[in-house]
Ligand binder design. Structure first.
Ligand code: ZN
Length: 513
C-alpha cells in the first residue's frame, strides 16, 4: 500500500473529522537545503491524499522567523556576527531588501511552488506582533510550574523555580537569545539580558520589566510548538526523527499541549533524514545542496517523485551524480507507464502525486536516448520521438520532450560520464584496425545501412565479431574508433540506428579498406 494511503487510513480512523488541517514549519535560517523538501512533500502528499478521500483539507506551512539567529551560514558575510541572537525577521536581508528571514523564506516558497505545492503560508513574527500568541503566552506563564515539571519529568532537565517559559526581546540590544525571565506578575515579565548565557553571542546585561505581549517576547520553541498546535488547531503534523526520539522535543511539546493548553497532539508521523551523498544537511550551517540548486539540475517532477516514492520511515539517500539521475528518470518513466496501464497500482499513485500539472504525456522519450541525441547535431529529436511513438506527438508530449532536452543539456555538462559524451568525427580518424576488425566492418556494412532497429544492429555487430574471434570490447571499439575517435561510447546499435544511413555506410566501407 502507498505509504500516504496507509497513513491517512490511520488518521481518519483516529480523528473521524470531516476536514483536516495539516501543518508543517521551518526556521528560515539560511538557504534551504533539498532535505527540507522532505517535510513539505510528506505533509502535502498526506493533505492531498486526505482531500482525495473526500475530506476538506488545508495544508499550512509556517516560517519560524521570530527565532534568533544562532549560527552563521558560511556564505553570509562575517559582519552579520553582530546580529547573532536577534530574531531572524528583524535582521536585514543579505541583498538589503527586506528581512533575512523573508529572503530565505521567499527562496523556499519559490521552490515549493515550482513543485506545484501552494500551502497557506504563515509567519510566527507576524503572529507574535499581531497578538495571536498573547493568550498562549499568558497561559504558559501562569502555568510555568507545570512547564518546569514537564521538562523535569520527561527530559530530566532542571529549571529553577524562578525560570519562566518566555524569551523577552531585550529593549536595549534587541536580542532574544540572551534574555532570561525571572518573574511574572500577571502583566509584566522581569528579565535580564545575560552576558554569557548562550555560547553563540553575548547579551548586554540590561535588566528590564515589560509586557510579554504583542511581539515583545517569544515562547521557547517546544512551548511554542504546542502553542501553535492549539492556536491553529492542527490535526496532522509529522516531524523529522531528530525531534521524535523518546523523551525528545516532540514528547515534551505533546505534554505541554495536553497539560498546559488542554489539547490533543496532532496526529504525528516520523520521517527519516534525507541524505545527499550520505551526508545530513543543515540549512543554518549552509551544508549540503540547496533546494534551489537541485531544482536547477533536476526537473521539478523528478525531484518530487524522488521524495514522494520514499516511505518516510526509510532513510533516503540521494547522490547527485549521473548514474543516480539516469536511474531516477528510468524509474519515473516506469511509474508513468504504470499510470497509463494500471492506474490503481502503487507506482501509478506515486506518479500521480509526483506530477505537477494535470496533463499527462502519452509518450516519454528515454532520458539516456535524449542525452545521445542532443549530441548528434543534425538529428530532429521530435521526428525521432514520433517514429518511436508511432503516432504524432501531442502538445503535452512536445512540452515534456522540450523540458527533457533542456535538462539533458544540463546533465551533459555537469554529470555525464565520458562514455556518454561523444562527438561524431566529420573525417575518418587515423586509427589502426587489425584484419579481423576490418573484416567485421566489411560484413556489417550492408545490414547497418538498411536496418533501423537498434537491437538488431547491436546483436548483429556482436555476433559477427564473435564469429571472427573478436572480444566484445574489441568489436565495439572498432565502431567507436571510426566514428568518434574514442574507445568507448553510447550503446553501438542505438547510436548507429540514429545516424544518417549514407554517412554510416560510407564510413564503414572506407574504414574496412
Ligand atoms: Zn540586551
Amino acid at each position: 500500500m502507498f505509504w500516504a494511503d496507509e497513513l491517512i487510513k490511520k488518521i481518519i480512523k483516529e480523528r473521524k473529522l470531516d476536514g483536516y488541517l495539516v501543518t508543517d514549519e521551518k526556521t528560515p535560517s539560511g538557504r534551504v537545503h533539498v532535505g527540507a523538501l522532505e517535510g513539505v512533500l510528506y505533509h502535502s502528499t498526506i493533505a492531498r491524499s486526505l482531500e482525495k478521500s473526500g475530506k476538506k483539507t488545508v495544508f499550512q506551512y509556517g516560517f519560524d522567523d521570530y527565532d534568533p539567529m544562532d549560527s552563521l551560514p558560511i556564505y553570509i558575510p562575517k559582519e552579520y556576527e553582530k546580529y547573532m541572537g536577534i530574531p531572524l525577521s528583524e535582521i536585514p536581508a543579505p541583498d538589503g531588501k527586506g528581512s533575512f528571514a523573508n529572503y530565505f523564506a521567499d527562496e523556499f516558497i519559490e521552490v515549493i511552488n515550482s513543485l506545484g505545492i501552494e500551502p497557506k503560508i504563515v509567519y510566527t513574527s507576524k503572529m507574535y506582533k499581531q497578538g495571536e500568541f498573547n493568550q498562549s503566552i499568558k497561559i504558559a506563564l501562569n502555568k510555568a510550574n507545570i512547564v518546569r515539571e514537564i521538562y523535569k519529568n520527561i527530559a530530566n532537565q532542571d529549571r529553577p523555580y524562578d525560570w519562566f517559559p518566555i524569551q523577552m526581546i531585550c529593549e536595549k540590544c534587541h536580542k532574544i537569545g540572551t534574555t532570561r525571565a525571572y518573574a511574572w506578575d500577571g502583566e509584566k515579565v522581569s528579565y535580564e539580558c545575560g552576558e554569557n548565557w548562550v555560547k553563540y553571542t553575548q547579551g548586554c546585561g540590561h535588566k528590564g520589566e515589560l509586557s510579554p505581549l504583542n511581539g515583545n517576547s517569544k515562547l521557547p520553541w517546544k512551548v511554542e510548538w504546542a502553542a501553535k498546535w492549539s492556536i491553529w488547531k492542527s490535526d496532522v503534523e509529522g516531524a523529522g526523527k531528530d525531534h521524535m526520539t523518546k523523551n525528545g522535543s516532540h514528547d515534551i511539546a505533546s505534554e505541554i499541549a495536553r497539560q498546559v493548553y488542554g489539547i490533543k497532539t496532532p496526529e504525528k508521523f516520523r520521517y527519516e533524514f534525507f541524505l545527499v551523498g550520505g551526508k545530513k544537511m543543515s540549512s543554518s550551517k549552509g551544508l549540503g545542496n540547496s533546494a534551489r540548486e537541485v531544482s536547477e539540475v533536476l526537473p521539478a517532477e523528478l525531484l518530487k517523485y524522488l521524495i514522494v516514492r520514499s516511505n518516510p520511515k526509510i532513510q533516503l539517500n540521494f547522490n547527485l551524480d549521473g548514474k543516480t539521475i539516469s536511474q531516477l528518470y528510468n524509474d519515473f518513466d516506469r511509474a508513468h507507464t504504470q499510470y497509463i496501464t494500471d492506474p490503481k497500482s502503487d507506482e501509478a499513485k506515486i506518479y500521480e502525486y509526483s506530477k505537477i500539472s494535470q496533463e499527462v504525456p502519452e509518450y516519454l522519450m528515454r532520458f539516456s536516448k535524449i542525452v545521445s541525441y542532443i549530441q548528434i547535431s543534425y538529428l530532429d529529436i521530435e521526428k525521432e520521438a514520433e517514429k518511436e511513438k508511432g503516432s504524432k506527438l501531442t502538445e503535452v508530449d512536445k512540452k515534456d520532450l522540450a523540458n527533457r532536452i533542456k535538462y539533458a543539456r544540463i546533465y551533459l555538462e555537469k554529470f555525464a560520464s565520458e562514455d556518454e559524451k561523444f562527438e561524431i568525427q566529420k573525417e575518418i580518424p587515423k586509427v589502426k584496425l587489425n584484419d579481423s576488425q576490418k573484416k567485421l566492418l566489411e560484413k556489417i556494412a550492408d545490414l547497418v545501412a538498411r536496418e533501423s532497429e537498434p537491437e538488431i544492429i547491436h546483436n548483429y555487430i556482436y555476433e559477427t565479431g564473435k564469429v571472427l574471434g573478436l572480444k566484445p570490447k574489441e568489436t565495439f571499439e572498432t565502431i567507436y574508433q571510426i566514428f568518434l575517435n574514442k574507445t568507448s561510447g553510447p550503446k553501438a546499435g542505438w547510436f548507429l540506428a540514429n545516424l544518417d544511413k549514407n554517412f554510416v555506410f560510407k564510413r564503414i566501407k572506407e574504414a574496412s579498406k
